[in-house]
Design a protein around this ligand. Structure first.
Ligand SMILES: O=P(O)(O)OC[C@H](O)CO
Length: 208
């Protein structure tokens, strides 16, 4: 596995650790760990581009790792009364829709590959990389949103460590901003899909 994907995978597996830190009130370590996860989100993309390893797998693993870390830590902070439950609901709702959308296109690609194989009388090769000619390209607003989510969660955790409380105006502003960018990014993904009713939305699914 390429270094870029190892970085994404490492981020993914830290999610339960960070959640455990928050639940057990180790807020300052959790804040650092979330910030490190945010830095690793930049690093995996940089490594993939530098070594020309921008792959289908990497393009899925990277946002999945982000979603797991962000939702798990935001849910843990909400359970501790540090982040509003509504914000976590917005994060979860958008990411559930994105995962459902991703699953829809994965099944569609798989079925098309099976049909192609059947048409030429070849054994099924739908598992091969030929069947997955697209990589996922996040919208720019989504990259900004992910950055904002990491910042908000890290700041909230730091605030909990310092006892500033959830009425901190900076935290409240961050929650409103990131809640809005989450909704906006979900709406723009939905628009991209709806504009390509029978095909693949080229603004988010790029040929490998
Ligand atoms: O949350 P997404 O799927 O819009 O993707 C944004 C990526 O996580 C950026 O690395």
């Amino acid at each position: 596995m390429h270094a870029a994907n190892l970085v994404s995978l490492a981020r993914l597996v830290t999610a339960p650790v960070i959640g455990g830190l928050i639940v057990n009130d180790y807020y300052s370590i959790a804040a650092l760990a979330v910030a490190a996860a945010g830095v690793s989100d930049v690093l995996d993309g940089y490594l993939a581009r530098k070594y020309q390893k921008v792959t289908t797998l990497g393009s899925i693993l990277d946002p999945v790792a982000d979603k797991v870390v962000i939702n798990a830590t935001a849910a843990a902070l909400s359970a501790k009364g540090v982040l509003p439950l509504g914000l976590v609901g917005v994060f979860l709702a958008r990411d559930s829709l994105l995962i459902l959308g991703g699953a829809y296109f994965a099944v569609k690609l798989y079925r098309e590959a099976r049909r192609r194989d059947a048409a030429v009388g070849q054994p099924a090769r739908s598992q091969s990389s030929d069947a997955w000619p697209y990589r996922v390209a996040p919208l720019f607003i989504s990259k900004l949103n992910t950055f904002g989510q990491f910042c908000t969660i890290s700041y909230a955790s730091l605030g909990a460590a310092m006892g500033t409380g959830d009425d901190d105006p900076v935290l409240q502003a961050l929650c409103w901003v990131v809640g809005s960018t989450t909704v906006l990014s979900g709406a723009l993904y939905a628009r991209a899909v709806l504009k390509a009713p029978s095909g693949y939305p080229s603004s988010i699914l790029r040929k490998v």
